[in-house]
Design a protein around this ligand. Structure first.
Ligand SMILES: [Fe+2]
Length: 884
């Protein structure tokens, strides 16, 4: 608290005698027993005792103040009395309604409760400057938190502290506190403290005192609350209420003769008001030193060897200090004010002075004033207190920014202000934490919460889920007719050359309201490049489009999503928006909310697979960097989706198979995703059933309108699910493999699918963290699906095997290659690609929602299984581990 060198910090103290050890052990044993008994007390018990000891302390506030003055010869009786009142009444006012026993706080909406646990035995070191008030304060904190305290007062203040402890202890006992709850060392030395600080039964050291004591506490290896010294700068800025400031500073700096370490040490005054301020100080009984007097003062009250204040001056009156120094001052002089020209060793008065001597600095500018305040703050007062008087909010905030202080006191006295509760709403304390700058464990006003172990009981809180899809989805044959209900001045149809050639764009055009101006923008039918997107944006701008119709497969729809994003928000940065994330609700980047244009996006899918017409995803190919960026945000979801099978009737067989198996993979993956919900399950199951039945039919009989319709709907239904719960490792494997070996997405999925189902149905070597899943359910869900598909089987294993076999059956009917080897990729090439493949697959966002966490090694195994292919159902039955 003060940079004094207390007597107990003498070196070479004799070792403890056996007798002394017995005495100290007795204190600890008593405290330990008291603490154990205390744990059984209720909040009502504790509150009753707290009130009783507060009243006892209040009643004895004046006698204790007198005792402190008599013993320490520091300070002012009236102020010590006031401190004792603050330490009891104000502290009580703060703690009385606080819960400190059992459950102390509840946050039901967050599933959190906080439970208080006492520390046990606290060793409390108290200072010479505020001896009895600190004891009263700590007794109240200890009872409120059900802790026992062994007090170790400053050796030159032990009698008054002993009396304060006695008063509190007797009142506590009378109202039911455990025997031994407070004890106090009588005359003692450094060895006693060292012994107690290292005692196994002492749970916390609360050291308020000189730096030596604080350092010893922190060095003990015990949890410690130690508070550092101060050196409070006070900036008197020209807009301040000068009369108030002068009175406040005098009040504060003379309070208990300046012994509170938060009191003002160096006053920095703006040039413009400097003279008038000093006149005001002089008019109120302060002595303004001339240069010579200031130098004399500095040489006398500051030790030239150490640069610290002289103990003999601490807590003395201004007139006594003047006499000590040999200054001639008026009889009732309150404060000695001494000009300084800088901060540091060559300006002795710029350090902490716990007596009524205030250094004053004339600053030519705000910047200079702030710099000097920072210098004072750094000259021994880091983390402690700083004071400003100003009406300029900007300067007050700047001051708060540049000061390293736990208490920035504004337009009020530093010392009493820092105590809290009198001039402001800070927590009342007699222990000022100085943060790491002051080498302390806290920067708070130390309070009851520092005397508790607070346990957090955190309940499992399932993540909120959602189902977000386009506002309107129109499906079945001729659903395109619904375009009539969307008025538009200027519509751009984004499509591919082939779809335009076969007349699909014309069908769309025909169904638009007749007054609509329509422009057809033909783009390549491949995953969109930035260049294509930007050209599209130019077209949208040129025609001032208010409606975009994406007519095509996934790539075309993705391109239109990106064009819309960039058209509406030109500042959107695809690179940044494509940043990886774990949870879409917590991700780092935000999609632009500001739009300079607005266009409705209607997506008409012409394949039955990707479901891009209802998803929030868009893949962008970055040619320059040779990579793909997946953008995901619900703002990308089209406003309207049209799922009209007339646009897929002419789909080639290969495309039907590739996109159809993509749809089946979506359904099977989202069904077991860690984000799966009953909402997505319903869609996943429905889509899977439809795809199992109708995909082979649509493939084998391309003209089968029912099969085409059902597959088109199935793709959209599966996408509704995976737009909200994502997919899994199958997609992760397929993305990396497809990109590396130029294999169509659906085909790549097909190669992995049986292997991934078998993998997900086996006991995970590593579970995926997932608050929404109660247990591992992938295998159970697959078995349920097998039942729904009527695949037979008695045990879960049999059902899963039958599901895998059914998938293999579908793949065979679609004439898919059943191994990567069949694609003509050599083992050597595959092996060479494996490090990169497994890395990319592992990093793929799809893998993060897989029900089991795919280990790197497992990703490699899965790839090799897919390479060799076939026979998964049998393997799953024979050796794919046991199912859960
Ligand atoms: Fe897919």
């Amino acid at each position: 608290m003060a940079t004094l060198a207390p007597a107990r910090e003498t070196q070479n103290a004799p070792s403890l005698t056996d007798e002394r050890i017995v005495y100290l052990e007795g204190l600890v044993s008593q405290a330990r027993t008291a603490a154990a008994v205390f744990t059984q007390y209720t909040q009502a018990d504790v509150d009753r005792i707290v009130k009783a000891i507060v009243l006892a302390g209040l009643e004895q506030a004046q006698p204790l103040a007198r005792l402190a003055i008599e013993e320490t010869r520091l300070g002012v009786l009236e102020d010590k009395y006031l401190k004792n009142m603050v330490a009891t009444e104000f502290v009580y006012n703060y703690v009385k309604d606080k819960r400190t026993v059992g459950t102390i706080r509840e946050f039901p909406e967050r599933g959190l409760i906080e439970v208080a646990e006492p520390i046990g035995v606290i060793l409390s070191l108290t200072p010479i400057t505020n001896p009895t008030s600190t004891v009263l304060f700590k007794c109240i904190m200890a009872v409120k938190t059900r802790n026992a305290v062994i007090f170790s007062p400053h050796p030159n203040a032990w009698r008054c502290c002993l009396e304060a402890v006695r008063i509190m202890y007797e009142a506590a006992l009378k109202h039911g506190a455990p025997q031994g709850v407070f004890t106090c060392l009588e005359s003692h030395d450094l060895q006693d403290n060292a012994y107690l600080m290292h005692h196994k039964d002492v749970g916390l050291i609360d050291a308020t005192g000189g730096p030596g004591v604080v350092k010893a506490a922190y060095s003990s290896g015990k949890p410690a609350l130690g508070v550092g010294p101060g050196n409070t700068p006070v900036y008197l800025e020209k807009t301040a209420d000068l009369d108030m400031a002068v009175v406040d500073i005098i009040t504060s700096k003379t309070f208990d003769n300046g012994t509170i370490c938060a009191s003002e040490q160096t006053l920095v005054i703006d040039d413009e008001i400097h003279d008038v301020v000093l006149e005001k100080f002089a008019g109120l009984g302060c002595h303004i030193c001339n240069q010579q007097e200031a130098e004399l003062l500095g040489r006398t009250v500051i030790d030239p060897q150490t640069g610290f204040m002289q103990p003999m001056a601490v807590g003395q009156k201004a007139t006594d200090i003047a006499r000590m120094v040999g200054l001639s001052v008026k009889p009732k002089t309150k404060l000695l004010i001494a000009p300084i020209q800088g901060v540091g060793r060559e300006h002795p008065l710029s350090v902490e002075k716990l007596f009524p001597v205030l250094a004053v600095y004339r600053a030519k500018s705000v910047d200079e004033a702030l710099k000097v305040c920072v210098d004072v703050n750094h000259a021994g007062g880091l983390g402690h207190t700083a004071v400003i008087f100003s009406r300029n909010e900007e300067i007050i905030r700047k001051f708060a920014d540049v000061m390293n202080a736990g208490r920035i006191i504004v337009n009020s006295p530093g010392s009493i202000g820092a105590l809290g509760g009198v001039y402001n709403d800070m927590v009342p304390t007699f222990s000022f934490g100085c943060g790491t700058g002051g080498g302390n464990s806290t920067m708070d006003n130390v309070n009851i919460y520092h005397y508790l172990n607070i346990k957090r009981v955190a309940r499992r809180t399932p993540a909120h889920m959602w189902l977000r899809i386009p506002n309107q989805i129109y499906f079945n044959m001729n659903a395109v007719e619904n375009l009539r209900q969307f008025p538009s001045r200027s519509t751009i149809i984004v499509t591919s050359a082939i779809l335009e050639q076969i007349g699909h764009a014309d069908i769309v055009r025909r169904h638009l309201p007749p007054e609509t101006h329509v422009h057809v923008l033909v783009i390549p039918d491949a995953e969109p490049e930035l260049k294509v997107v930007m050209q599209g944006v130019e077209t949208l701008n040129f025609y001032k489009a208010d409606q975009i119709i994406a007519l095509g497969g996934g790539s075309v729809i993705d391109a239109a999503k990106l064009m819309k994003l960039k058209y509406e928000s030109p500042d959107a940065d695809f690179d940044e928006l494509g940043a990886p994330f774990l949870d879409i609700r917590k991700r780092v980047v935000e999609y632009p909310a500001k739009k300079i244009n607005q266009a409705r996006l209607i997506a008409i899918s012409t394949t039955s697979g990707t479901g891009s017409e209802v998803t929030p995803f868009a893949v962008l190919t970055d040619i320059e960097r040779g990579r793909k960026v997946t953008l995901a945000d619900y703002s990308l979801t089209p406003d309207v989706a049209i799922v009209d099978p007339q646009f897929v009737m002419s789909m080639p067989k290969g495309l039907t198979a590739d996109t159809g198996i993509d749809c089946l993979t979506h359904a099977l993956e989202v069904y077991v995703s860690i984000y799966a919900s009953p909402y997505t399950d319903a869609n996943a199951i429905q889509a899977a059933q439809m795809a199992f039945h109708y995909l082979p039919l649509a493939y084998e009989n391309p003209g089968d309108e029912e099969a085409r319709t059902m597959m088109h709907n199935a793709a959209c239904i599966a996408a509704i699910a995976f737009a909200n719960a994502s997919v899994g490792v199958n997609h992760a494997l397929a993305h990396a493999f497809g990109a590396r070996f130029h294999v169509a997405h659906g085909r790549a999925n097909a190669l992995m699918l049986p292997h991934v189902i078998a993998y997900n149905a086996s006991v995970p070597s590593k579970f995926m963290p997932s608050p929404n899943q109660r247990t591992y359910v992938a295998d159970k869900k697959y078995a349920t699906l097998a039942d729904l598909l009527g695949l037979g089987g008695h045990t879960r294993e049999e059902k899963v095997n039958n599901l895998v076999a059914a998938i293999e059956g579908v793949l065979d009917r679609l004439n898919f290659p059943r191994s990567i080897a069949e694609l003509g990729i050599s083992k050597e090439d595959f092996e060479r690609a494996m490090p990169e493949l497994s890395k990319l697959a592992f990093e793929d966002p799809s893998a993060r929602t897989n029900p089991r966490m795919p280990l790197m090694s497992e990703v490699v195994e899965l790839y090799w299984s897919a390479y060799h292919g076939r026979g998964v159902a049998q393997a799953a039955g024979a050796s794919q581990h046991q199912t859960v």
